[in-house]
Design a protein around this ligand. Sequence first.
Ligand code: HPA
Ligand code: ZN
Length: 346
Amino acid sequence: MTESVALAAFAHGLPKAELHLHLEGTLEPELKFALAARNGIELAEKTVEEVKATYDFTDLTSFLAVYYPAMQVLQTAEDFEDLAWAYLLRAKEQGVVHAEMFFDPQAHTSRGVPFEAVIGGYRRAIVRAERELGVSGELILCFLRDFSAEYAMATLMEALPYKGWIAGVGLDSDERDNPPGTFSAVFARARAEGFLLTMHCDIDQVGSVENIRAVLTEVGVDRIDHGTNIVEDPDLVALAKARGIGFTCCPVSNSFVTEQMKAEEIVGLMREGVRVTINSDDPAYFGAYVGDNYVALAEYADLSHTDLVQLAINSFAASWLTPARRAAYIDLVEKYAAAHGVALPA
Ligand code: HPA
Ligand code: ZN
């Protein structure tokens, strides 16, 4: 066995939480065809290869231009359940024991699909995964930042009857010209309703650092999705570290929407003691699930087995689990490391 094979197997088996995963970004071409057939939808592409040929992304905007139209095949609660179930099966194979998953209700309600169908379907898959796979799951409702604050607030109101099924709220879609401050009132209301808060601070955006500062100091989030441009402002790094803010980084996704994985930033923050985590973002589109992301980063940045253990520990430390469950999962990681003769992080 070569060193890299050993590392890949170790990374895949490592118990981990996935904290940055868009359920709509797990739509594999095969399932897309199956759902299209079930719903009587004719797709422009006829083969998996033709679908994959459209995955030609140079930035976030060009990715989103492929991502949203694909969702037309998602129509009924059963479709959403099948999508989440397929992801949870894949996640289990990648060592995931807990997943906090984004969903984009406005990408569906804006085309006439009821909110209830979306959340009801996702919820059924989560309940089934807990029972049949031993994988726990939570939902994070993301507002689409290229829609208005009023529509976000209306979506929050629509979500309130389902509060028990939603751990927190986030903000995604195109950051360009859509700064976090636009949604301050929506996030303040979400906080008052008891939701935890996270927001995307996408990579290399115009105003990335100002947006990260606003997200930390004005919105007061519990976590940041991506956010590695924070390295440009050491004072902000110190603030995030002091507050124990988790950063949900997605190296393979980064390599699609920018020119690099941003490995230097991710690893640098980790070495500084910032709570950096590794995740897949939209694995069907970027061709890498979460274990694959650990391996890609490790190979590129020459990480040790102990570094991977640190990343897995961070994934639970930054999760929205109860302190007792966090501690139990971290114990599981430490036992896994010990069983493989891998030293724990200092
Ligand atoms: N950033 C913004 N919007 C998104 C992303 C992302 O990483 N993935 C899916 N929608
Ligand atoms: Zn994302």
